[in-house]
Design a protein around this ligand. Structure first.
Ligand SMILES: [Fe+2]
Length: 233
């Protein structure tokens, strides 16, 4: 009798953050104001979403209007770590960077990863049913036994696959609703669907970095920042 074992998963956490409509409206107004005050608007092309981190608004976690949201995000990140059986008591957690994205009409977010951080979140502050969905991409493709097999358009069109599922795909299109939050490793390549008509899709992204509380005898964690010495130059 055959048995199949699937090793090496990517774990994406999903939960709901319930905030009052009033609080959400205040955050949405604040984000629209940031969009109006963009500092780098030439950088945004007409097909791409507005992304606050590239427009001078990359520290939402320090903005009092977002304080409760970040408190809730904090709790979700702890739950994510507990799912991976990580002893988070050994770590200091920092919100390093956080920003809003606004997608209107057919705007999308290109595939990317947040390589300067460890864990990232996406929270959907405003999202209608038909707005673009997030996509995750597998850069390891452990099951891809023929090079290019999973991403080949000609092989897909030529009916090489009886069905496509996580065993033979390098892409997952993931449905999320307003108020939902995702937590995933920052190195995971992700983006949003192209060609969808967005009403005014607003998401919040945040990057989290882990630092050892005590680095003694440990090699692979960032040591406590209080022990660093800044260059004078
Ligand atoms: Fe992202």
């Amino acid at each position: 009798m055959q048995k199949i074992f699937n090793f090496f998963p990517l774990t994406v956490y999903k939960s709901v953050i319930s905030l009052s409509e009033k609080e959400k409206e205040e955050m949405i107004s604040e984000i629209r104001l940031m969009e109006k005050k963009s500092k780098n608007i030439d950088y945004k092309s007409s097909s791409k979403a507005w992304t606050g981190d590239t427009q001078g608004f990359e520290y939402l976690h320090n903005n009092p209007k977002f304080e409760n949201l970040f408190f809730q995000i904090n709790k979700c990140i702890i739950e994510y770590l507990e799912n991976l059986s990580i002893n988070h008591k050994k770590l200091d957690l920092y919100f390093q960077r956080s920003w809003a994205t606004i997608s209107k009409n057919k705007e999308h977010i290109d595939n990317h990863s947040h390589d300067q951080s460890h864990i990232s979140i996406a929270y959907y502050l405003s999202k209608k049913k038909d707005d673009s969905r997030i996509m995750f991409f597998d850069s390891n493709k452990q099951n891809e036994f023929i090079p290019q097999l999973f991403d080949s358009r000609s092989l897909a069109k030529g009916n090489l696959f009886n069905k496509r599922d996580i065993l033979n795909s390098s892409k997952v299109v993931f449905d999320t609703k307003e108020d939902e939050i995702l937590v995933f490793p920052s190195k995971t390549i992700h983006g949003t669907e192209q060609g969808k008509s967005n009403s005014e899709r607003i998401s919040i992204s945040a990057d989290v970095v882990f630092v050892a509380k005590d680095s003694s005898t440990l090699e692979h964690l960032v040591p406590p920042i209080k022990n660093w010495k800044q260059f004078s130059h």
